[in-house]
Design a protein around this ligand. Structure first.
Ligand SMILES: *[C@@H]1O[C@H](CO)[C@@H](O)[C@H](O)[C@H]1NC(C)=O
Length: 470
C-alpha cells in the first residue's frame, strides 16, 4: 500500500550543491547496462548495509523508513534488470530477501499457519503481496520455472500460492473484484474497498502464471478480473484507471487516478496479450497509452500529477516508476509503430531529464523534472531511476557489465549465464511489473520490535484537495 499523507512535511531538501549530471546514450547497450548495474547496486548495497546492521526485516529495508511493499517493488526491479540485461550479480541478495519474506521453507508470504495473525499484525494487504509476487515471477523469467528461492520454495510456486491467496479475497459484491485489505472487519479502514491495483496485479500475475505453467485456469481467472475492471467502471470508458470502488457504493468509483494505476494496468494488458494473442488487449493498451501519456507525461517527462515530489508522503516516489514500467511492458509486445514511438519518446525524454539528477556514482533523485540532488541513503529516492533504466533497457536492449552474468541463485539462469539481452525485453516476457503505491493504514515494526500503527489518509482524500485530473 502506498501511504499517502498531506504535504505537511516536504522531503528533506537536497543538501549541498547540485550533483554533476550524468549523460547516457540509451542506444549504447553497454553504457545502459552499466548504468542500470551501478544504480541498482547502490540500492541493493543500502539494503545489505541495513541487513548487516540488523535493521532490515522480513526481507524488507528498515521498515521504520521504508514500507514492506516498497521493498517487494525494489526486488522486482532487481530481477527485472537481471532478466533484461542478464546482470545476475544482485540476485542472491534479492532472492535471500524474498526467502525472508516468505518464511524460508514455509514458502508463503503469509507465513503458513501464521496467516491470520500475520495478515493483521503486519498489514499484509493484497496489493502488498502482489508486488512481491510479481518480483518472484521476474525471478522465474530470469532463472526458469524450477528456480528456488534460497533456502525456500520455488519462486513459481510461491507466486502461484500468492495468486490463489489473493483470489480468496474475491467475492461478488459489485459484481466481482478482489478487496484491497485482507481484513473484512468493520473496524478495518477501507475494509469494503476493492482497489483497482489489487485487481490489475492479479491480471498480470494470472497471465504470467498461465504462460509459465500452461494452466488455463490462471488465464481464465485473470480474464475474469480484467472483465470486472471494465464492467465495474474502475477503468472508465474514457480509459481512465481510477483507484477503486467501495462495495457500499458499487456504482460510484473513487475517481482518483494515479499514474501507477495506469502503469500496472498497462502491464496487465501487455501480459494478457502475450498470453492470449488476442488483439483486443493490444487495442486496449493502445487506447490507454494514448489517454494516459498526455496526463502523466506532459512534455514526455513522466510525473505523478496528483503527487509531485514530497506531496503524498514518503511513498510518493514508488508510484511514478510504475507508469514507466507499464509503458515498457507494452513496448515489448506492441505491433503498432505509433504506440511504440510514443512510448520510446516518453522513456527517452524522461531518462534524459532524470539524468541531470544522477551523480557520478549513479546516485539519483526521485525528481525527474527539476534539479534536485540525490539523497544517498534513501532507497525511495534512488528506486525510480533504477526502474527507468530497466525500462529503457526493455526498449533499447542493454548489456550487463563483464563479470555480472554468472547466476548466483544456485540455479543456472534461464538462457545461459553469459549472453546479453540485446533484444528489447529479452526473449520471453515483458519485464516485470510492479506497481503501485498504496495508501491506507499500515503497521510497521520499529527496529526495537514495537508495533506502531501508522495513521492513514486515503489517497482520495489527499487528492481531493489537489488538482483535478482528467
Ligand atoms: C491450475 O491452477 C488452478 C488455480 O490455481 C489450480 O486450482 C489447479 O489445480 C491447477 N491445475 C493443475 C493441473 O495444476
Amino acid at each position: 500500500m502506498l501511504l499517502l499523507r498531506p504535504a505537511l512535511v516536504l522531503l528533506s531538501a537536497a543538501i549541498g550543491s547540485a550533483a554533476a549530471a550524468q549523460t547516457l546514450d540509451p542506444t549504447d547497450s553497454a553504457a545502459l547496462g552499466a548504468a542500470a548495474h551501478q544504480a541498482t547496486s547502490n540500492i541493493v548495497n543500502l539494503y545489505s548495509t541495513q541487513l548487516a546492521a540488523g535493521k532490515a526485516s522480513q526481507g524488507g529495508f528498515d521498515q521504520s523508513a521504508v514500507s514492506w511493499f516498497a521493498s517487494g517493488i525494489i526486488w522486482s526491479q532487481v530481477f527485472g534488470n537481471s532478466y533484461v540485461t542478464k546482470d545476475h550479480s544482485m540476485d542472491n541478495v534479492a532472492g535471500t530477501a524474498i526467502s525472508a519474506a516468505t518464511y524460508g521453507t514455509t514458502a508463503d508470504l503469509l507465513g503458513g499457519a501464521l496467516k491470520t495473525v500475520n495478515e493483521k499484525l503486519y498489514g499484509r494487504w493484497n496489493d502488498d503481496m502482489g508486488w512481491w509476487a510479481i518480483g518472484m515471477l521476474s525471478a522465474v523469467d530470469a532463472y526458469g520455472k524450477d528456480a528456488l528461492i534460497p533456502g525456500g520454495g520455488k519462486f513459481l510456486d510461491v507466486a502461484a500460492l500468492t495468486f490463489n491467496e489473493m483470489y480468496e479475497q474475491w467475492d461478488t459484491q459489485c459484481g466481482g473484484g478482489i478487496y484491497w485489505s485482507r481484513d473484512r472487519s468493520p473496524t478495518q479502514k477501507d475494509a469494503d474497498y476493492k482497489s483497482t491495483i489489487s485487481n490489475s496485479q492479479f491480471v498480470e500475475m494470472g497471465a504470467r502464471l498461465a504462460m509459465l505453467t500452461a494452466n488455463q485456469t490462471y488465464l481464465d481467472m485473470a480474464a475474469q478480473a480484467y472483465n470486472w475492471i471494465k464492467s465495474s467502471g474502475v477503468m472508465t470508458a474514457q480509459w481512465v484507471v481510477t483507484d477503486g470502488v467501495h462495495t457500499a457504493s458499487c456504482g460510484t468509483v473513487n475517481p482518483t487516478a494515479l499514474g501507477y494505476n495506469q502503469g500496472v494496468m498497462l502491464s496487465a494488458m501487455a501480459y494478457m496479450y502475450k498470453a492470449t494473442k488476442l488483439q483486443s488487449y493490444l487495442d486496449d493498451a493502445k487506447a490507454l497509452v494514448n489517454a494516459a501519456v498526455p496526463v502523466y507525461a506532459p512534455n514526455n517527462i513522466v510525473t505523478e500529477p496528483l503527487c509531485p515530489v514530497g506531496a503524498c508522503g514518503r511513498e510518493t516516489p514508488m508510484g511514478k516508476p510504475q507508469f514507466v514500467k507499464g509503458l515498457s511492458d507494452v513496448y515489448t509486445v506492441a505491433t503498432d509503430a505509433a504506440v511504440k514511438s510514443t512510448i520510446q519518446t516518453v522513456i527517452d525524454t524522461t531518462l534524459a531529464s532524470a539524468l541531470k539528477n544522477c551523480d557520478a556514482n549513479w546516485w539519483c533523485s526521485q525528481d525527474w523534472t527539476n534539479v534536485r540532488a540525490p539523497a544517498q541513503s534513501d532507497p525511495y529516492d534512488q528506486y525510480g531511476t533504477t526502474e527507468l533504466l530497466v525500462a529503457a533497457a526493455r526498449v533499447h536492449g542493454a548489456t550487463a557489465p563483464a563479470g555480472t552474468s554468472a547466476g548466483n541463485l544456485g540455479t543456472a539462469p534461464a538462457g545461459g549465464s553469459s549472453s546479453a539481452a540485446t533484444a528489447p525485453g529479452g526473449s520471453s516476457a515483458p519485464a516485470s511489473t510492479g506497481a503501485a503505491a498504496k495508501k491506507s493504514s499500515a503497521i510497521s515494526i520499529s527496529t526495537g520490535g514495537a508495533v506502531s500503527i501508522l495513521g492513514s489518509i486515503a489517497l482520495g482524500v489527499v487528492a481531493a484537495g489537489l488538482a483535478n485530473l482528467v
